[in-house]
Design a binder for this molecule. Sequence first.
Ligand code: NAD
Ligand code: UD1
Length: 332
Amino acid sequence: MAVLLTGGAGYIGSHTSAELLGAGYNVVIADNFSNSTPETVRWIGQLAGRTPALCKVDLLERDGIDRVFTQYEIDSVIHFAGLKAVGQSVQAPLMYYHNNITGTLNLCEAMKKHNCKRIVFSSSATVYGTGTNVPFREDDPLSATNPYGWTKLMIEQILRDVWESDHEWSVALLRYFNPVGAHNSGLIGEVPRGVPNNLMPYIAQVATGKRPHLNVFGNDYHTPDGTGVRDYMHVLDLASGHIKALEYIKQNCGVEAVNLGTGRGTSVLEMVAAFEAVSGMRIPYVIQPRRPGDISICYADPTKAKVLLGWTAKRGLEEMCADLWNFAKNNL
Ligand code: NAD
Ligand code: UD1
């Protein structure tokens, strides 16, 4: 029996693949490499001492994903595959809805046909919309402010409805906060195409000399230093959260939304200082206006993850920055 990782060659999927292989799982990766490369899969194999099965498949091709289930005995799925750039989703909403929603529908059809009823879905803290009631809890009101966010909300609903129609399904909706860092081997990490949207990949590119300075989006928020506060977590902690979720859905049917975050908020300038301290590099920055759509403070209440899954994030800011820097200086 194997676990299928859609989008398993991507940033979070690759780290999760390595952890799953290390924990003894058989892994099948299905990816169309729209935002990743097959080379990453070779590194995963090297890290784990065992190569995952790899299928170059686009979830938009129904027959392709169906064939994966025919070829391998898959008993559960972790569904990472999707487009994730918020700004691009505003520019190209149809592409985002088509890729993320149709891809998920095709995946669920294939799962249903092959009697595979366990799925862990990559949702996001973005489903809390413009909420101000931090820390965010799973039963807080949900909303979205851009097409990317809507796809996450819609997919959560689709999976809830699938379960309503058949209570043998088991669904974990994992709401990630801000995954950062890289594998401690330095072999795999995040390699954004073009200009990074997110803070830590941008800082890494400033540190390696690819960009002259960081633009800090706003210093007039109601936060201790005026810059935005987020819940940064090490990508390897996030990967281990997926193993816990997988173990949980193997034992329990139902639908559970679970926050994966540390429960601690860190400001942009605190993150810059942490990175500078670990790397010894200076990160010059320029204060810019607020980025449209950004909220002031976002961090998780991670209690449910602890109680339900037995998961807590273990690694601190220093380790996140050290592993990012170790990867960046060799790869970017
Ligand atoms: P990523 O872009 O690195 O990985 C996604 C992978 O999916 C890529 O390898 C891409 O090639 C693949 N893919 C996309 N569309 C596909 C399709 N139609 N068929 C097959 N493969 C396809 O992104 P990531 O950071 O690893 O994120 C993984 C998931 O987690 C995404 O769904 C993302 O929305 C979600 N998420 C990410 C973050 C974050 O900060 N990185 C936060 C919250 C949620
Ligand atoms: C972004 C996405 C969100 C997604 C999340 C996790 C946007 C608007 N939101 O959120 O939907 O769920 O990533 O992937 O893209 N910052 C700077 N300079 C930069 C980049 C960021 O100052 O160059 C600031 C931001 O204003 C924010 C913080 O750094 O305060 C973190 O930003 P980012 O890494 O983009 O994550 P989120 O805003 O949490």
